[in-house]
Structure formats: C-alpha cells, structure tokens
Design a protein around this ligand. Structure first.
Ligand code: PLP
Length: 292
C-alpha cells in the first residue's frame, strides 16, 4: 500500500511495476541507495539526504548511467515518498535501473529509470542488539568487487555475495557475516562497514575493499569531535579477535556493537565504552538533537 515515486510521478504501489525483460533484472547493472528517515521533534527527518543523493549520482556515473533527473528533483522525490505516505520512521530505497528496451550487454539505447520507495521501518536488529551487541562469523564468501572503484558505488550486482554470506551466518546461529577481501583482509559486513578499537584508537578498512559508507563518514566526524584518532588500514581477522571493541556502521545497522567473532569474545564481550559514546552521538544526531 501507498505511493511510489517512479520516473517523476507518484504512482500507486500496485502500479509501480517493471517488465520481465527489464535489463537490470537480467544483468544486474544498476545502483541504489538505502536512506532513513527518523521521527524527530520537527517531524520526519531524512538523515544525510544530500550525501545519499550524491552517492547515487556517483554510483550511476561509475556505471555510465545518466540519471534523467536533477539532484534537487531526487531530493524532493525522497521527501515526497516519506510525506505522501505519512511515514515517520522510514527506510527509503531510491534505485536507478535500465528499462526493457533491449537485451544484450551493449546496453546502448536503454532508458534509465529511477524510482523511490519508502516504508515504515523500526530498528534493524531489534533494540537488544544495540546494547548487547551481536555475534558474527567470518564468511566463506569474499567481498565481491568488480574493481576497486566499485567501492564508491552501491551497485545491484554486488549483493549476491552479501546475501550468501548473511544466509550462511544466520544458518550458523550468528546475526551477521564478516566478509574478507580477495586477499584475506577484513572488508565489511553484508551491508555494514566495520570499525575496531584498540588502545583508544579506531581502525577501519580502507575504501579498496568496502563501501564508502555514509555512516562510516559520520563516525569519522564524531571521532574527531571526541579527540579519537581513526586510522584507515588493512585489518586482519586476528586483529578483530584481539580488539578492545568492534562495531558495525550502516544506515540500516546504525552503530551496532559486535560482541563476538567466530566464537571468540571481543574485548569483554559487551558493548565497549567508545562504541557506546559514538552510538549515543549517532542517535542524538539522527533524532535532530545534535547539530550535523
Ligand atoms: N557496506 C555495504 C556493502 C552496504 O551495502 C552498506 C549500505 O548501507 C554499507 C556498507 C553502509 O553504508 P551506509 O553507512 O552509507 O549505509
């Protein structure tokens, strides 16, 4: 139920359909965003809207897809998707995809379509996970990337490994997966960036093996405000095992403590103090209680 913004118009959810010959359905070339709106004192507020729109345009540009709308139009589309559906806490899914004008890999003369859907969305892994932390396992699937620059894009075809990794983790009784890169270094979760804390310093993998996360960038700012150093570097699995603290970041996961990796307790096995500090700042900011 509700309305979906499709190619410039608000259409009924049931009418927002694509053809079975939709090119992106066959070959996976396309990009999307995951955006969130929070209920604040001033009504529903979309967190980091401009950053998400900017990344969507960068993703499309990397894929050579030209979005036939301006950034302002897409910002407005996202605001409308929330407002016209009377949503308060919402997840938004803007997506850019090729139409069904032709098959094959040349993909010339294909129409670029854009849609924005939004739906009510409470906490991703439940309230308890936010305070207690989650248990994760190293995946047998590696972080898939076509090439290094794809880390700047949220591309459709990239999520097969993420889905397989998450399924594997859930089947083994964990809540999330940790994907390694092709060289065996820590990359990211199925849909989250990872940070570890060691002796008061934060470490996170470089952008060669993980998405250029907007929440990741937010943590960089918070850490600077609090006087913590953040180092981007290659991280091994062992370093996560012996870290004082570890947490995931993402629009969906927000700031989520990790209490265990591969059955090994991280730190004291509870949410660490720096994680808690950053988490509090994050919730204050998304709720509009703290200046962006
Ligand atoms: N890594 C992957 C693979 C993702 O899909 C996401 C998406 O949300 C993230 C990390 C976190 O990025 P952001 O903080 O922009 O949501």
């Amino acid at each position: 139920e509700g309305l979906i913004w499709l190619d410039g118009e608000m259409v009924d959810w049931r009418e927002a359909k694509v053809h079975v010959l939709t090119h992106t359905l066959h070959y996976g070339m396309g990009c999307f965003e995951g955006v969130r709106a929070y209920e604040t004192d001033r009504g529903a507020a979309i967190f980091r809207l401009q950053e998400h729109t900017d990344r969507l345009y960068r993703s499309a540009h990397i894929l050579g897809m030209e979005i036939p709308f301006s950034k302002e139009e897409l910002n407005q589309a996202q605001k409308d998707a929330v407002a016209k559906n009377n949503l308060k806490q919402a997840y938004l899914r803007p997506m850019v995809f090729f139409g069904s004008e032709g098959m094959g890999l040349r993909a010339d003369n294909l129409k670029v379509h854009v849609m924005v859907a939004a739906w009510e969305w409470p906490a991703y892994m439940g309230e308890e996970a936010k305070t207690k932390g989650i248990r994760i396992r190293t995946s047998s699937y590696t972080r898939h990337h076509v090439n290094i620059t794809m880390c700047k894009a949220k591309a459709n075809g990239n999520y097969m490994n993420s889905m397989l990794a998450l399924r594997e983790a859930l089947d083994s009784g964990c809540e999330e997966a940790l994907l390694l890169d092709n060289e065996g270094y820590v990359a990211e979760g199925s849909g989250e960036n990872i940070f570890i804390v060691r002796d008061g310093v934060l470490y996170t993998p470089e952008l060669t093996s993980c998405l250029d996360g907007i929440t990741r960038n937010t943590i960089f700012k918070f850490a600077a405000d609090l006087g913590y150093q953040v180092k981007e570097k290659r991280i091994t699995r062992d370093e996560v095992y012996v870290a004082d603290e570890a947490f995931f970041t993402g629009t969906a996961a927000e700031v989520l403590p990790i209490r265990e990796l591969d059955g090994r307790k991280i730190g004291t096995g509870v949410r660490g103090p720096i994680t808690e500090q950053l988490q509090t700042m994050y919730f204050d900011q998304v709720m509009g209680k703290r200046e962006a």
